[in-house]
Design a protein around this ligand. Sequence first.
Ligand SMILES: Cc1cc2nc3c(=O)[nH]c(=O)nc-3n(C[C@H](O)[C@H](O)[C@H](O)COP(=O)(O)OP(=O)(O)OC[C@H]3O[C@@H](n4cnc5c(N)ncnc54)[C@H](O)[C@@H]3O)c2cc1C
Length: 269
Amino acid sequence: MDLPEIHTVASPRVRDELPPWTAASAWLAGGTWLFSEPQPGLRTLVDLANMGWPALEPSAAGLRIGATCTIAALEAFAAPADWRAAPLFAGCCRALLGSFKIAAVATVGGNVCLSLPAAPMLALTVALDGVARVWRPDGTERLVPMAGFTTGPQRTVLAPGELLRCIDLPIAALQRRGAMRQASLTAHGRSAALLVATADANSFALTITASTARPVHLAWPAAPKREALDANIAGFPPELWYDDVHGAPAWRRHMTRRLAAELHEELLG
Ligand SMILES: Cc1cc2nc3c(=O)[nH]c(=O)nc-3n(C[C@H](O)[C@H](O)[C@H](O)COP(=O)(O)OP(=O)(O)OC[C@H]3O[C@@H](n4cnc5c(N)ncnc54)[C@H](O)[C@@H]3O)c2cc1C
């Protein structure tokens, strides 16, 4: 939709060209959410498209995902053969409710910064021990583990004017085995539960999203018994279960326990 209250669109190419931040500013990435509903109070968009950040930078240390990398580009990425968790990339990209048109312009950074509970890039980057590199308005930067990046529905640790530059996935996480499960109320509905598990010889981790108001990352140094995993999830405080038109909290809790048991069986059974 048109955003008639916007009177300035800045197109910086380097960090020094980022305009001063105001309460009426917003970063513009793919714009698939920004232009999907009214944005009262916004006057300035700072378009990130010309910053020239590389989309995907694989290295011996892991994978750097530029904030402006599109979800389609991540889905198409051909990972090295020993990155056993790599099938999660395409799986999580396809968990975005939306056509190929949305995936072609929606960015990884926009998805995690919007931080809807059903954000599949959150599920992926939390599960793979991602670390966000955040540019501060004063010219410095800080690192934030993705497990603590989102604090609630559409709430993150980003302060006004802070910009997500990239997310680094470490090689150790990429080399773990991975599996995921998704549940929706309808065949092509928005995720009501989206779980990603990873494991290696010594450990097991489970990331729960969409059914909870924020991502929950559980990790065990050794393979947990299924009963222990289930008891942990059953003990979540009631307010942690998300409630919206895409699923009632009790159903989301039920599906989360069921899908967690399936992932335990798949990776450890
Ligand atoms: C049909 C349809 C289906 C959708 N389905 C889903 C779904 O299943 N799950 C889901 O999570 N979302 C969904 N969305 C919402 C949205 O399209 C996605 O979350 C998308 O990934 C957002 O990315 P974007 O690049 O378009 O972000 P934008 O719309 O450009 O920005 C989103 C927000 O993030 C901020 N932002 C963007 N980049 C940065 C950055 N680098 N640093 C700091 N802040 C930044 C923006 O200021 C804005 O507040 C859907 C949208 C549509 C239209």
